[in-house]
Design a protein around this ligand. Structure first.
Ligand SMILES: *Cc1c(COP(=O)(O)O)cnc(C)c1O
Length: 480
């Protein structure tokens, strides 16, 4: 049955400034929010959204912003995708909830089947659905411990896995994610990651190499894998249930691991009987131009985690893995009241339909090509863009002083603020807060993308020039 969703006309896919950003109505609503909502939630841009459509966020003041955030990689098939609206509206008429542990519904199984068929790994799989990414990570740890009878979990420098107690412990960055929230669950061990720009960037590696990224990717990989082996040996490799890795690190700074690192981890996991969990929560579901980012490295996790873009804006997460692991848990050991909510399952089925003809994956790749053309030259045109990196529509610029690689969070913040003022929603990330990340919806039109990229490029050139002028002024000899 196809339900005709009665809705307003599509939003024009163009940037439009009616007021300053934020406008007066947003400011008033934000003041009220401050009076009612905890200060514990941060805010990237205090603008109140009235509608969202495709690559546009329309605010309460009549402004139309270009969305380079997608609600943090969630609305990848476009905000308010028609098929998501149709399927969810139809389900809304049937029922909103039964709890899958009480009575069943078919869409849960259909979502599981799609994930079993499409996640990397040519082996028999089973899937468990939950609501949030953090829940998926927690459940992967539960499953791996239950299957192996081992307690420890290996995580990596610059990792982000969520805000629950266990996933905070697995997350690397102290402020804001962990600060004042301990003590944390035990048995979490952190190892070196393979950050090509900043090898040994984290605290877990013994040697740091700060020579400005002159080390080859192969050297970075070799050193990081040796460090992982050393960490495992130190803590007892056969005490580890799982190692959990993002195929491209998200909040940690859109770090694409040096080539071969994931493959090396696959080998280490096999050698020691450790469950390899690939956290595809941000990088998966087509974001990087393949359905799952681990495909770029030809690696399959024993368990693959999905969330964020999985259900086009409705809360849904998934743990998909080897049938023997997934079924090792005792009956009743997994679940949750809202796990695999039927509205969210319908939305996920709409997302799968949207990916069917491959055009969204092609879009991700052409977004990368367009962004590369506009932004990559900035690495040589300015002294402050240390890196342009990423895959598909998961791209980032890292700001740092050219010679020392000293992070420049101040510049990332200023550039982002100027983009916001001009109606382009960008987000920052990274251990040092010095990375601007781009997560446009995969349906963003070429014109809209070009417009947003041009605004970002000009903001970078302006801020870099001003920073250069300040430096020159500061080092100019004093006039007699
Ligand atoms: C966002 C994210 C999570 C946590 O997901 P939530 O839905 O916020 O709990 C976990 N891992 C990665 C890689 C993420 O990007």
């Amino acid at each position: 049955m196809t339900v005709q969703t009665s809705g307003p006309a599509p939003l024009p896919q163009s940037r439009h400034l009616a007021t300053a950003i934020p406008g007066p109505r947003s400011e008033a609503l934000h003041a009220e929010r401050r009076a009612q909502v905890t200060d514990g939630f941060g805010i990237a841009l205090p603008v109140f959204v009235e509608r969202a459509d495709g690559g546009i966020l329309a605010d309460v003041d009549g402004n139309r912003l270009i969305d380079f955030a997608s609600g943090i990689a969630v609305t990848s098939i476009g905000a308010s995708h028609p098929r998501v609206r149709e399927r969810v509206a139809a389900q809304l008429e049937r029922f909103t909830h039964t709890c899958f542990m009480v009575t069943e519904y078919e869409s849960f199984t259909q979502v599981a089947r799609w994930l079993n068929e499409h996640t990397p790994g040519d082996f028999e799989k089973r899937t468990a659905l939950f609501s949030t990414g953090a829940e998926a990570v927690e459940n992967a740890v539960k499953i791996a411990r239950s299957a192996t009878g081992r307690p420890k979990v290996l995580v990596f420098d610059e990792a982000y896995h969520g805000r629950s107690l266990l996933t905070m412990a697995m997350t690397a960055k102290e402020n804001p994610y962990r600060l004042n929230f301990g003590p944390f669950p035990a048995e979490i061990v952190r190892a070196a990651s393979a950050n090509p720009l900043r090898p040994g960037a984290g605290t877990s590696t013994a040697g740091t190499n700060n020579d400005g990224g002159a080390v080859s990717g192969a050297d970075v990989t070799t050193a990081a894998l040796a460090s992982v082996e050393a960490t495992l040996a130190e803590h007892g490799a056969d005490a580890f249930a799982a190692m959990v890795i993002e195929p491209i690190q998200g909040e940690g700074g859109f770090v694409v691991p040096a080539p071969g690192f994931l493959k090396g981890l696959r080998d280490i996991a096999d050698r020691h009987g450790i469950v390899l969990v690939i956290d595809e929560i941000q990088a998966g579901m087509g974001r990087t131009g393949t359905l799952f980012a681990s495909e770029h490295e030809g690696v399959a996790g024993d368990i693959t985690l999905s969330a964020k873009a999985l259900a086009g804006g409705l809360p849904l997460s998934a743990v998909t893995g080897r049938a023997d692991l997934m079924n090792a848990v005792h009956a009743g050991g997994l679940g949750g009241t809202y796990a695999g909510n039927p509205l969210a399952c319908e939305a996920a089925l709409a997302v799968f339909e949207a990916f069917e003809d491959g055009s969204l994956l092609a879009n991700a790749r052409s977004i990368e090509a367009a962004a590369r053309e506009v932004l990559e030259p900035l690495a040589t045109e300015t002294d402050v863009v240390a890196d342009f990196r990423g895959r598909g529509a998961m791209l980032a610029l890292e700001f740092a002083d050219r010679d020392t690689l000293a992070p420049r969070a101040d510049l990332a913040k200023e550039i982002s603020a100027r983009c916001h003022a001009q109606g382009v929603l960008t987000l920052t990330c990274g251990t040092h807060g010095n990375v601007i990340r781009l997560l446009p919806p995969l349906v963003i039109g070429h014109e809209l993308l070009r417009d947003g990229l041009a605004v970002l490029r000009q903001a970078i050139l302006d801020v870099a020039a001003e920073a250069g002028a300040r430096t020159a002024e500061a080092s100019a000899p004093a006039l007699a």
